[in-house]
Design a protein. Structure first.
Length: 220
């Protein structure tokens, strides 16, 4: 059993190496499920199949849809879309103010809505009097805001991974975002493990010095 005094006598490099060993042992706890690799392959096959079907469907629409179409519910479609954008902005503001991790998801959703808004504004206003206004708002407002949101989400993800690396004793620069592995789903594990509810250890919330004796005290 390593006590606190022994940890204090260790060098920084020794403590980092100890954290790396503990992190590897923790990752191996439970081991991969017997059907993890098969589930992963089935999921990848389903994604590939969806891509093939979507590509074929897109080609079919490109060949058969009319170039001009008179649509109904125009006001409801755009008002509803703007309400969704307003909700995304509000969610980003709340998550930023409260400093919640869900801010990353909110930023990605907001960026997606802004890009869709720019795309449909410009495309549907083509050859109309409002085209240049739509193009200007897309280039000067919507797309720059979407870029800020995406860059913000990217920065937060890298900061989160950097903090995890420090806890595991890893040093050096943070890798590129596309090179960062999924956290909580190692090789051989099914991606459904990411949806599992983590087991909460009440001892982690106990203040230092509280041991088994403290846990035996009667409640109020």
């Amino acid at each position: 059993m390593i006590d606190e005094e022994q940890l204090r006598r260790m060098s920084t490099q020794e403590r980092h190496e100890l954290m790396r060993v503990l992190a590897r042992l923790e990752a191996l706890t439970g081991g991969p499920g017997p059907t993890g690799e098969r589930r992963r392959k089935l999921l990848l096959a389903a994604i590939i199949l969806c891509c093939v079907i979507l590509a074929a469907w897109t080609g079919l629409l490109a060949a058969t849809l009319p170039r001009y179409y008179r649509a109904g519910g125009w006001r409801g479609a755009w008002v509803g879309f703007d309400i969704a954008e307003l909700a995304a902005f509000a969610a980003v503001g709340w998550a930023s103010w409260r400093r919640r991790q869900i801010l990353i998801i909110c930023l990605v959703v907001l960026a997606t809505l802004l890009c869709c808004d720019a795309w449909f504004d410009v495309l549907l206003d083509a050859r109309t009097r409002g085209f240049w206004l739509s193009l200007g708002s897309a280039l000067l407002i919507e797309l720059p805001l979407a870029a800020v949101a995406i860059l913000g989400a990217r920065r937060l993800l890298r900061m989160t991974f950097a903090a995890l690396r420090r806890q595991q004793g890893e040093t050096g620069p943070v890798p590129r975002l596309r090179d960062i592995p999924l956290i909580g789903a190692g090789p051989g594990r099914p991606l459904t493990d990411l949806l599992a509810t983590p087991v909460h250890d009440a001892r982690a919330d106990a203040p230092p010095g509280d041991g088994a004796q403290g846990s035996q005290q009667p409640g109020p």
